[in-house]
Design a protein around this ligand. Structure first.
Ligand code: ARG
Length: 592
C-alpha cells in the first residue's frame, strides 16, 4: 500500500529518514553510538541531500576499523554501499573527501505528497519531545505605549507559539505585562490629584496614558512632596489598600484596552498574567531559594551570585521591595512547578539577555532546570535586535520618540490600499473589499519583514520594501499563492475527483524541484521550532514561492496532457503555502 511504500517508520521528515538509513549503514562499520551522520540539503549539482561528515567520522574511527579504508573517500564509499535498500533513494554517489550524495526517488516524492493530500497537512507536523510550553511574549509595560520592540516580541512570539501548536504542543501564551513597578506610585498619586473623585477619571480622561505618564513623571521629578507621596503610594498599593488597588486597576484597564486593539488587528491570542500575578508567590519562592543556600546578603540587599557575572542578581532591594528579577524567578518557578511546562520561552530584545542568563542560572542552581543543555525542562531566551529607520538609527517618527504601533499598522494598510487604487484594482470592488485586502497584505507585510531576518540582527523598517511587488516580501509570496489558487479555481475540479482520476508525476524539472521543496516542509518546521528561528520558515516559503513561480512559467496546467497531475501539485503547493502563512500569522488573500 501507499503507506508502506512511503515510509518505514512514522517519520515524515526526510532528513530524519535519511539519518536513520545512514545510522544503519554506520552501524555496520562501527559500533559506537557517538558516531552520528550529519545530513544536509545539498547543492543541486550533486543531488538532493548529502551526508557530509564522512571525513570527520573517518578521522575519529579509522583506528578502530579495517585498514582497507585508507582514505575518507573510501569510507564514504563504504557508507554508501551499506545503506539499506530504501524506496526513498533513486541513486547515490560519493564525491570529494567522502560526501555521500543522495538523489531522492521521484516516485517517492510524489507518493509522499499524495499521502499528505489524503491525510491533511497535520500529518506533516513535526513531533517534538515536549507536551506543554509557555511562550512569554509581547509583554508591554502598563501606562507606557507599546513600541516597535514590543511589536517584534508580539510577532515573533506569536509565530513561535503557532509553530509549536502545529507540532501538537500545548502552548500557554503569556502576556507578562509590567503592571507592578514603582511607576504606579506616581501614576496613582497623580490620578488622585487630577481626579479627586475617582469615578470621574473615565477612560477618556486618562485615555492618553502616555501623556498622563509623562505629566506624572514631570511632577515626580520636580515636586519633592509629590515624590514622597508617590513612594508611599507604592507601599500602600502593594500592601493591598482598597483605594490604591482600585486606582491601579483603573490604570491597568485603560492600558489593556489599548493593547487589545493591537492584538485584535494582528490576530494575536494572548493570556495576560502580569508581574502582579506572581507577586503573592515571591516570598515563598525566595524562601525556597534561601533554603538551598542561594540567597546572600550584599550591601543591604538580598542577592544571588551567579558564576561568571560581576554583579549579583538582586532579589530583594535594600528597602525590602521586590523587583523585576524577583518576579521573573517566581514566574519561572510557577511555570515549571504549577503549570508543568517543559519548555519556557521568553521573547524580548537582546538587551535583556543578561537578565535571563542570570535567572536561568539561578534556576539551574536551585535544581529547577537540569544543568545539561539538551535536557528538559528547558528555558530559552529568544532575543532579537533593533528596528532601524531608513536613516540607520533607531526607528522613530518626527513627532514622538517612539513609533506608535497602531500608526504603523495603519500606514502599511493605507500604503497597500494606495497601490491597489494605482493599479486600478478598485474598480468593481467595494471599499470594504479593498480594505480587507489592504489589511491582510499590509499587516502581513509588516509581520513578514520582521520575521524574515535572523531575529538577532537589527533590521531596517521600510514601507517601500515591504510593499513592493518584487523582492522577498509578503506581497510577492501572496501573489505566488494567489496565482496557484486561481489555477485550481479555474479548473473547477475538486481534490477528491483529482485523487480518483490519477496520480501525481513529477516529470518536468520544474515539477520535481517544486515537489522536493514541498516535502521539506516537515523538517523545516521542526528546525524552526527547535532553534526558535521563524526566519527558517520564511526562507522556506520564499523558496517555495520561487519554485511555484517557475513551475507556473514552465508547465501549463489546464488543458495540458498532465492536467490532473499538475492540479494535484498545485493543490499541494496551495496547502503548504497556506499552512506557512498560518504559521507566520499572515492572512492569505486570493485576490490582490
Ligand atoms: N515588560 C518587559 C519589557 O517591556 C518585558 C517582559 C518580558 N517577560 C518577562 N518574563 N520578563 O521590557
Amino acid at each position: 500500500s501507499l503507506d508502506k511504500e512511503c515510509n518505514n517508520a512514522n517519520v515524515v521528515n526526510v532528513k530524519q529518514q535519511l539519518t536513520l538509513l545512514f545510522q544503519a549503514s554506520l552501524g555496520v562499520l562501527v559500533d559506537d553510538p557517538e558516531i552520528q551522520p550529519e545530513i544536509k540539503v545539498c547543492d543541486q549539482d550533486y543531488g538532493d541531500y548529502q551526508c557530509n561528515n564522512a571525513m570527520g567520522l573517518w578521522h575519529r574511527v579509522k583506528a578502530k576499523i579495517p585498514t582497507d579504508f585508507k582514505t575518507s573517500h573510501s569510507f564514504g564509499q563504504a557508507l554508501m554501499n551499506n545503506l539499506p535498500a530504501s524506496q526513498l533513494i533513486e541513486s547515490c554517489s560519493v564525491t570529494g573527501p567522502g560526501f555521500v550524495n543522495i538523489v531522492l526517488s521521484q516516485q517517492w516524492i510524489a507518493k509522499s505528497i499524495q499521502k499528505m493530500l489524503r491525510d491533511g497537512i497535520g500529518s506533516w507536523a513535526p513531533t517534538l519531545s515536549v507536551k506543554r510550553a509557555v511562550v512569554d511574549f509581547s509583554s508591554p509595560n502598563i501606562a507606557k505605549e507599546m513600541h516597535v520592540g514590543h511589536l517584534r516580541s508580539t510577532i515573533i512570539g506569536d509565530t513561535l507559539a503557532r509553530m509549536l501548536e502545529f507540532s501538537n504542543v500545548e502552548v500557554l501564551r503569556r502576556n507578562h505585562v509590567g503592571d507592578w513597578g514603582t511607576q504606579f506610585g506616581m501614576l496613582i498619586e497623580y490620578l488622585f490629584d487630577t481626579f479627586p473623585d475617582l469615578e470621574d477619571a473615565n477612560d477618556q480622561a486618562i485615555g492618553d496614558l502616555e501623556t498622563f505618564y509623562k505629566a506624572s513623571k514631570k511632577r515626580f521629578d520636580s515636586d519633592s512632596s509629590f515624590k514622597e507621596r508617590a513612594q508611599q503610594a507604592v507601599v500602600r498599593l502593594q500592601g493591598g489598600e482598597e483605594k490604591y488597588r482600585k486606582a491601579w486597576k483603573q490604570i491597568c484597564d485603560v492600558s489593556r484596552k489599548g493593547y487589545e486593539q493591537v492584538y485584535e488587528r494582528l490576530g494575536i491570542c494572548l493570556e495576560e498574567k502580569g508581574e502582579s500575578f506572581y507577586n503573592p508567590y515571591i516570598p515563598m519562592v525566595l524562601d525556597l531559594l534561601n533554603e538551598k543556600g542561594l540567597v546572600e546578603e550584599n550591601e543591604g540587599a538580598r542577592v544571588i551570585f551567579i558564576e561568571g557575572k560581576k554583579l549579583p542578581l538582586i532579589v530583594t532591594k535594600r528597602d525590602g521591595g521586590f523587583n523585576y528579577a524577583s518576579s521573573d524567578l517566581t514566574a519561572l518557578w510557577y511555570r515549571l512547578n504549577e503549570e508543568k511546562a517543559e519548555w519556557v520561552i521568553y521573547v524580548t530584545d537582546k538587551a535583556q539577555r543578561d537578565h535571563f542568563d542570570m535567572i536561568f542560572s539561578a534556576a539551574t542552581r536551585a535544581g529547577w532546570l537540569p544543568a545539561e543543555d539538551n535536557k528538559y525542562p528547558k528555558a530559552d531566551h529568544v532575543a532579537f535586535g533593533l528596528v532601524l529607520g531608513e536613516d540607520g538609527k533607531r526607528f522613530r517618527t518626527r513627532s514622538t520618540e517612539v513609533v506608535r504601533l497602531v500608526d504603523l499598522l495603519d500606514k502599511a494598510k493605507a500604503g497597500y490600499k494606495d497601490k491597489l487604487v494605482e493599479r486600478g484594482k478598485d474598480t468593481g470592488r467595494t471599499n470594504e473589499e479593498l480594505e480587507q485586502i489592504a489589511e491582510a497584505v499590509g499587516y502581513g507585510a509588516v509581520k513578514y519583514a520582521d520575521l524574515k531576518n535572523n531575529r538577532l540582527t537589527d533590521y531596517t523598517f521600510s514601507y517601500e520594501q515591504m510593499l513592493d511587488d518584487k523582492g522577498d516580501n509578503a506581497v510577492y509570496l501572496l501573489y505566488a499563492y494567489a496565482r496557484i489558487s486561481s489555477i485550481i479555481k479555474k479548473s473547477g475540479r475538486e481534490i477528491e475527483e483529482l485523487e480518483k482520476d490519477g496520480s501525481l508525476e513529477l516529470t518536468q524539472d520544474a515539477e520535481r524541484v517544486l515537489g522536493l521543496h514541498l516535502i521539506r516542509f516537515p523538517e523545516v518546521v521542526e528546525e524552526a521550532c527547535s532553534k526558535l528561528l521563524p526566519s527558517l520558515l520564511c526562507k522556506y516559503i520564499y523558496g517555495l514561492s520561487e519554485a511555484s513561480t517557475r513551475f507556473y512559467d514552465d508547465c501549463p496546467v489546464i488543458g495540458s496532457a498532465a492536467e490532473t497531475s499538475r492540479l494535484l501539485l498545485c493543490k499541494a503547493t496551495e496547502i503548504v503555502m497556506k499552512q506557512c502563512f498560518h504559521l507566520l500569522g499572515i492572512t492569505p488573500v486570493t485576490k490582490m
